[in-house]
Design a protein around this ligand. Structure first.
Ligand code: NAD
Length: 448
């Protein structure tokens, strides 16, 4: 039996293993999903929501187990792991919003009636990453199930145990095979992408894999939502509150050890306030300590050796092209990257263009804000972006070619708004009435 073994990224300690799904098993899993979907879609949406609510409560009931695994398997602090799991308690609210969004719409006139129905797609495969292994899966699973689809989750091979515990908890209440799990890596994911019986792919992950999925899904013209990587900028204008901007810059560069899709990956500060801003950055970064079990704000380990190598290569490349380190944290054990502030970042450096996904604060100064805007818009990514300032903040923000903009605070809307990337950071989106409808097939019925 082939297994996926799981190790704690902070210590290398073996945590456990799951059986890897054989490629030859996947078609029968898909078939079971097709069969289960028929009865699931036959329930009224209110009945489905009741079951989804009960199932999500089981996730909360199993909070200690799931968040403990999340903490050990992914490396984030126990407190962050717990809040990620607790966010599943909003499921009932999300499901109600989905219900409202997909209610039939009726148009009538001249003796003709047209009904716009939002019907289930069938089988949805949700392929998720390791950095928020519960939330990223849950954000797609709840709308998919509410809309009457069955779901097959293919979690990241880096976090199979937490995904298994999460799915097991939901399955204490969901009918058999409405939610199944396929454990494995790219081969298992691709098998779902090319399967004739899978109708939809909800993918969250890297731009590179997103492109492969879009291409491989073309054979069956499957519906896809791709939520991909980013290279978010923070632009600090000369009339910004420097202290607030610096506090945000550090927090959003280091959150989840920088392993967050809307991490601040580059900072552009007006040259006239740059010295003050740097002093504040150095002040705030010192509040961060290493250690997965500390009560202090923490910077956890990097997920694996490949990712660590990638970050170190980007730092090396930046230093060889003229960047300099203006702050470096304590020397950390091998699994960690010492948080640092790199100054003089220029567009030729890899760290300026590629997603870093590490606890590195990357700084550039500008004399003309157009340069900061152009650099931001030249990466090909377009997930989020943040501007701190007053008089021109909105004008600058609106020139960023990104899906989510924050002014004097983080990107990402409140309420039922889309989670959306522009350009190569996404294709389709979830969240908001339009986003919920992407988990359905639109069908127009006209009676004369
Ligand atoms: P990844 O793209 O390497 O893997 C994501 C998932 O895809 C995993 O489950 C993996 O096994 C699977 N996969 C890999 N190759 C596949 C293939 N050919 N066909 C089908 N499935 C395949 O990403 P990751 O390293 O797990 O996660 C980090 C990335 O995710 C970063 O780029 C980050 O920015 C992005 N991300 C984006 C968002 C967002 O909302 N936009 C949120 C979280 C993470």
């Amino acid at each position: 039996m082939e297994t996926l073994k799981s190790y704690n990224p902070a210590s290398g300690e073996y945590i456990g293993e799951v059986r890897k799904t054989k490629l030859s098993e996947i078609e029968s899993i898909v078939q079971k999903s097709q069969e289960a979907q028929i009865n699931w879609a036959d329930l009224t949406i209110d009945d489905r929501i009741k079951i989804i609510d009960k199932a999500s409560k089981k996730v909360i009931k199993n909070k200690d187990k799931i968040s403990g695994l999340l903490h050990r398997e992914m490396g984030k602090s126990l407190r962050s792991a717990e809040s990620e799991v607790l966010s599943c308690s909003y499921s009932i609210h999300t499901a109600q919003l989905v219900k409202n969004a997909i209610a039939p719409q009726v148009r009538s006139g001249h003796g003709i009636e047209t009904i716009v129905n939002y019907t289930p797609l069938g089988v949805c495969a949700i392929i998720s990453p390791w950095n928020y292994p519960v939330s990223m899966a849950h954000w797609m699973i709840i709308p998919a199930l509410t809309a009457g689809n069955s779901v097959i989750l293919k979690p990241s091979e880096e976090t199979p145990l937490v995904a298994q515990a999460y799915v097991d908890a939901l399955n204490e209440e969901l009918p058999p095979n409405v939610l199944q799990i396929v454990q494995g890596g790219d081969e298992q994911g691709n098998e779902l992408v090319v399967s004739d019986g899978v109708d939809f792919i909800g993918f969250t992950g890297s731009r590179e894999v997103g492109k492969k999925i879009m291409s491989n899904a073309a054979g069956t013209l499957k519906r896809v939502i791709l939520e991909l990587g980013g290279k978010d900028s923070l632009i600090v204008l000369k009339d910004a509150d420097i202290e607030q901007a610096a506090r945000f810059a550090i927090a959003n560069s280091l959150e989840n050890a920088g392993q967050m899709c809307i991490s601040t990956e580059r900072i552009f500060v007006d040259a006239t306030i740059a010295d003050d801003f740097k002093r504040q950055l150095i002040n705030y970064i010192q509040h961060y300590n290493r250690g997965a079990n500390s009560d202090q704000p923490v910077i956890g380990p990097v997920i694996n050796a490949n990712q660590r190598k990638r970050i170190l290569n980007q730092i090396q490349d930046a230093l060889s092209k003229g960047a300099n380190i203006i702050y470096r944290g304590a020397v950390y054990p091998e699994q960690y990257i010492s948080p640092m502030i790199l100054d003089n970042i220029t567009d030729e450096m890899q760290i300026a263009k590629e997603e870093t996904f590490g606890p590195i604060v990357c700084l550039s100064t500008f004399d003309n804000v157009e340069d900061a805007i152009n650099s931001t818009n030249s990466t090909g990514f377009g997930l989020g972006g943040v501007v701190y300032g007053h008089k021109d903040a909105e004008k600058v923000a609106l020139q960023l070619q990104v899906g989510m903009i924050g002014i004097n605070g983080g990107a990402g809307g409140i309420g039922d708004t889309p989670w959306v990337g522009a350009k190569q950071s996404g294709y389709g989106y979830h969240g908001s009435p339009d986003g919920h409808r992407q988990f359905t097939q639109v069908q127009v019925i006209t009676k004369r």
